[in-house]
Design a protein around this ligand. Structure first.
Ligand code: GDP
Length: 304
């Protein structure tokens, strides 16, 4: 919780100080206050649609209760954000345990620079800490640096990495990784993929090919298609989410760099717009700085 609190400090300050200013000298939540709240949420990158949804819900409460004091606004906003997140994150992720699939296969997608490699390294570390045997597949063969970085993370957190030369077929690396995972009795295999958002059909074909090859080794794989997004890029993250979800069946999100941004509101907007659970959040650069997303703790941190 403490790492989360410090990680979200900027977002919290942003929301809080602006909210305090907006209600200064006013006793009731009126249209002006709601207009200001709308502006604050939009500038925190909650997104227009989601912001309007929140504002409408508060308006409905004002209409019902006739009078809402500005001192209650914080509490109400917190409740509404909780409710919204609960609608899309009904299964809170409480542990790094992955149930009955062995190996549990995670295919990681996302554009370059969002923190994909770092997230894979951190995740491998956390999984290992919780008793899982992990293997990494360096299937982003498009960039030499990507393969090197995965190998480096493998050394740092002491997990095996399967790789081939740069430029080799990503599907072939994925195949090798899963073969190795099965032979070795690994619990989790995490496969990196190339972060190119060339065109939608190209991306779709590439990811489909990797998935098909995986299924030859582990039926049902990948169990998790994890999209990594940089929370500090706000609306860009939303656009990337749109493109990747159109190209492949993303079923989990990781939002990185929440520590460096005042725009953590994007977590709320993305979760609401795409109905895909936010599973992990990144709150720093070290291997410990990945957390399972806990919506209650998240909202607590924003309003502490
Ligand atoms: P990739 O190109 O998507 O694989 O990105 P990298 O994993 O190489 O990360 C790009 C940069 O973002 C690196 O300098 C990372 O240390 C940094 N980074 C990744 N995740 C986080 C995070 O949660 N917080 C912060 N502050 N930096 C991060």
């Amino acid at each position: 919780q403490q790492a989360l609190d410090t990680g979200l400090e900027k977002t919290k300050d942003n929301l809080f100080s602006k909210l305090t200013k907006a209600v200064a000298g006013k006793s009731t939540v009126d249209d002006d206050v709601l207009d200001e709240l709308e502006e604050i949420l939009v500038t925190s990158d909650v997104g227009v649609k989601t912001t309007l949804k929140i504002i409408e819900r508060i308006q409905a409460r004002v209409a019902r209760d006739k009078y809402i004091g500005t001192s209650e606004l914080n509490g109400i906003l917190r409740e509404e954000i909780q409710t919204l997140l609960a609608e899309n994150n009904s299964n809170d992720f409480q542990s790094f345990e992955y149930g009955s699939h062995k190996p549990y296969v995670i295919m990681v997608v996302g554009v370059n620079g969002v923190g994909k490699t770092t997230t894979i390294g951190k995740l491998a570390h956390q999984l290992k800490q919780t008793g899982n045997q992990v293997v990494l597949g360096a299937a982003d063969t498009f960039r030499a640096a990507a393969v090197d970085q995965i190998i480096l993370w493998g050394e740092r957190v002491k997990v095996r990495v399967v790789s081939q030369a740069m430029g080799s077929d990503p599907a072939s690396v994925a195949f090798d990784t899963l073969k190795s995972a099965v032979a070795n009795g690994d619990d989790v295999a995490i496969i990196d993929t190339a972060g190119r958002l060339h065109n939608k059909v190209g991306l779709m074909n590439e990811l489909t090919k990797i998935k098909n090859v995986m299924q030859k080794v582990v039926p049902g794989a990948p169990h998790e298609i994890l999209l990594v997004l940089d929370a500090s890029t706000g609306q860009n993250a939303i656009e990337q989410c749109k493109q990747f979800t159109e190209a492949t069946a993303v079923n989990a999100l990781a939002l990185t760099k929440l520590d460096g941004t005042a725009k953590g509101g994007v977590v709320i907007g993305i979760s609401d717009q795409f109905k895909i659970p936010v599973k992990y959040i990144g709150v720093g650069e070290s291997m410990e700085d990945l957390q399972l997303f806990d919506r209650k703790a998240f909202v607590e941190s924003l309003f502490k």
